[in-house]
Design a protein around this ligand. Structure first.
Ligand code: GN1
Ligand code: MG
Length: 379
């Protein structure tokens, strides 16, 4: 059956019922604004919040988009590997930190496949937390950076070989360029003279950065940078805060897989240092805030300096520039392809999103010296 984010309540209740261990459902509500999966918050009847969440009152129900993740069971398997890794005894943490875990079905399985072959899973909900859509101030920026480093630190001892590559090509910019070429060939004549002005702007923008866009993959091939477990999507609204504003969780573990920490650093900064946010319509005025970037990097490096190499710092500026550019390229390609990957609210949504990321990239480029100096001072 087709399902939009409002869903069919009865159908959703049936699916959620697979994970409730007999408890009755009180409420089902859409959660967050993810671009790929469908996510719901389930509240159970007759439960009250407990300190250790032993009998959770709420949990997250998610349908994994199988068009994006060709093997949804591997996404779930990676999360199980992470839970097992985090379950191992370590030195006590200095403050609260929670990582969502998988909740089993009645039959003790990690997911439920519905009659249409869709994969559903339940995940613990981090109580007493809140999420913000954009970075509010320097203190928040520092916490976002700290949260990413906390997560990187926890997974730095996990062997990347234990994680499946759930999304081949994810954050490999040359792969996105190749996809883009293919879509272009089907859309335009050789000179693309038939494209409108905004499309022309995007086409030239990509063209001018085509060679440089290989920078991180080249560094990987040269052995300058090394693959390790990464989060894959550490945007601001995936970092939860407690009431005092401290980072306490990095959620949305769909893209946990082997990669470069640079993908995460770039993604975190492109998301957090864009005060207008990635969904703004006002793309002409998008800028990259280097003050927030400095605070975010300070927060990140306060922990991450322990596991970064000198060469990791050498590619930090490029990473920040590249992931903004890459996301713009992904949105633009999807716009040209007819919006087949990212959920959209209107036909030009992905074009506007691409323009936002390209303007952000431009702003990063204009402030290259400032950013490089910030990174240099923090080494
Ligand atoms: C997608 O679905 P969501 O919002 O968690 C995308 C990320 C992008 C992000 C941009 C698997 O994440 O890579 O950065 O949109 N996830 C995937 O908002 O492609
Ligand atoms: Mg995500």
């Amino acid at each position: 059956m087709g399902l939009n984010d409002d869903g069919s309540k009865q159908y959703l209740a049936e699916i959620a019922g697979q994970f409730t261990q007999g408890a009755e459902i009180d409420a089902i509500a859409p959660l967050g604004n993810g671009n790929i999966n469908s996510t719901f918050l389930i509240t159970l009847k007759g439960r009250a919040p407990t300190p250790n969440n032993a009998q959770p009152q709420r949990f997250v129900l998610q349908r994994i988009n199988a068009q994006v993740f060709p093997q949804p069971e591997l996404v779930i398997q990676n999360m199980a590997v992470l839970s097992e890794h985090l379950g191992k005894p370590t030195a006590p943490l200095s403050h609260r930190w929670e990582t969502p875990t998988i909740l089993p079905t009645q039959q003790g399985k990690n997911f439920w496949i519905d009659e249409d072959g869709e994969y559903w899973r339940a995940i613990s909900f981090v109580e007493n937390s809140h999420v913000r859509e954009s970075v509010e101030d320097v203190r928040h920026a520092r916490e976002v950076g700290y949260g990413l480093a906390m997560f990187h630190g926890l997974i730095s001892t996990l062997n990347a070989d234990r994680l499946a590559d759930t999304l081949p090509g994810f954050h490999i910019t040359p792969t996105y360029l190749a996809d883009y070429e293919q879509v272009l060939a089907t859309r335009f004549s050789a000179d693309a003279a038939d494209a409108d002005d905004l499309t022309q702007f995007c086409l030239s923008f990509v063209e001018a950065r085509r060679d440089w866009a290989h920078v991180l993959e080249k560094a990987k091939a040269l052995g300058h940078l090394h693959v390790r477990p990464i989060h894959g999507d550490p945007k601001v609204n995936n970092i939860l805060l407690d009431d005092s504003g401290k980072a306490i969780s990095l959620i949305d573990l769909d893209t946990l897989k082997p990669g470069l920490v640079h993908y995460d650093i770039g993604d975190c900064l492109r998301s957090g240092c864009n005060p207008l946010g990635e969904e703004t319509e006002n793309w002409q005025h998008v800028t990259f805030d280097t003050g927030l970037a400095k605070a975010m990097l300070q927060g990140y490096l306060s922990l991450a300096k322990d596991f970064l190499t000198e060469q990791d710092y050498d590619y930090m500026y490029d990473a920040i520039r590249l992931i903004a550019f890459e996301l713009g390229l992904r949105f633009f390609t999807d716009y040209l392809a007819g919006n087949v990957y990212f959920k959209v609210k209107h036909p030009t949504h992905n074009l506007t999103r691409a323009l936002v990321q390209f303007k952000l990239t431009e702003s990063i480029e204009q402030q290259a010296d400032t950013l490089k100096a910030i990174i240099q001072a923090l080494r």
